[in-house]
Write a protein that binds this ligand. Sequence first.
Ligand SMILES: [Zn+2]
Length: 457
Amino acid sequence: MSNLQKALEYAHQNHDRFVNELIDVLKIPSISTDAEYDNDVLRAAQWMANHLKGLGMENVEVMPTDGGHPVVYGDYLKKPGAPTVLVYGHYDVQPADPLELWETGPFEPQVRGDFLFGRGSSDMKGQALAAFDAIESLIKGGGELPVNVKFLLEGEEEIGSKHLEAFLRQHADKFKGDVSLNPDAGMMGVDMPTITYGLRGLAYFELNITGPKADLHSGLYGGAVHNPAQVLTELIAKMHDANGHITLPGFYDSVRPISEQERADFARLPNDDAHYLEETGVPALWGEEGFISAERTGARPTLEVNGLLSGWTGPGSKTVLPAKAMAKISCRLVPDQTDAEVEKQMIRFLEANAPKTVKWQLIRITGSPFAIADLNNPGVKAMNDAMVSAWGVRPFYRREGGSIGAVAMLQQICGVESVLVGMGLPSDNVHSPNEHMHLPTWQKGIDAFIHFFNNLR
Ligand SMILES: [Zn+2]
């Protein structure tokens, strides 16, 4: 029997113990957003550190961050010349409210049929432990871990990884590796393994238009003074053309085209346009011409109005000509756009289009970088083949519209691309009452991770 087969067999023989270990850590209410649970968050960090030590990991430490929850580190660097995989995880969870909607206590995990219920079972103590269990199976069942590993387990993912950036800048070298395994994503469905290889970035602005020095009587001044609400909405309307393209000057200059292979993969995703119609309840879809919804939301940049404020919005009528109007406007960014570049484009657009009748002010509120893994990255290839081995089908490839802090930070600060996967299913109720995990899928995930580490050797 090969070492790989021995490792897979070990994982199956130890399934019940793996589940019990997961139940053990799920009992800790490591809610990162609520200071009342700070001790529990620390306990969860220590549990993780002890667990890593139990696996034989070395240099395990609970490292403080500057004012936030700690990061757990550990490594096992015994294969000089072999790739180093940085295993990412987070040990914090979302609050459990509303408690009355849980059928069993959120921190009293319970197996019911094929499912394990409990806060954090899917997002993501379960997924993190799947990576640990794969490593244990390779070492104790197969006799060796064919690659080097490092661990980065944070306690603030559910609150936006607030202190992780400063922490990583301080310890950038320690967390360098060839590829990061990030099991904090999920699958499109049962037996639909999925690799998420791209996340969009963000550029978020507030645009203020001011006209008269105070609100005016529209009967006395209407017709002589340009209305800031009208100016603002006209500017917003001009930011897209009739084909749904964004008109900021140079906006698409650094947008990476979607390759033929990617287009074929997008077309294969189960969330087709009919799915978007049904999910959203809109009468018809809208977007950039020439692209399907999965491409529009994953691989193309967008510009959205997130909020509008001007004039009288209370009950009844007030014949006002407002002194100012404000819009919150944000762009989702794709490779290789940057939020700094988009800010300049927005300013150029306003300089060219804002009338002389008003004053405008653009405030940059926040921004975050895109993240993308090269599909030719050996880590992506190793995961593709691992999923084929575990599930017998080629995984789905998707790019997601949102952002995950750690993925972009690891790419920008440590130069490590992430392979973003997971065994979470869309029906797992993550962040909701009765969060659960499908245990047969979890077991296949452990198998896939065993293959993944083995493929990278
Ligand atoms: Zn998560």
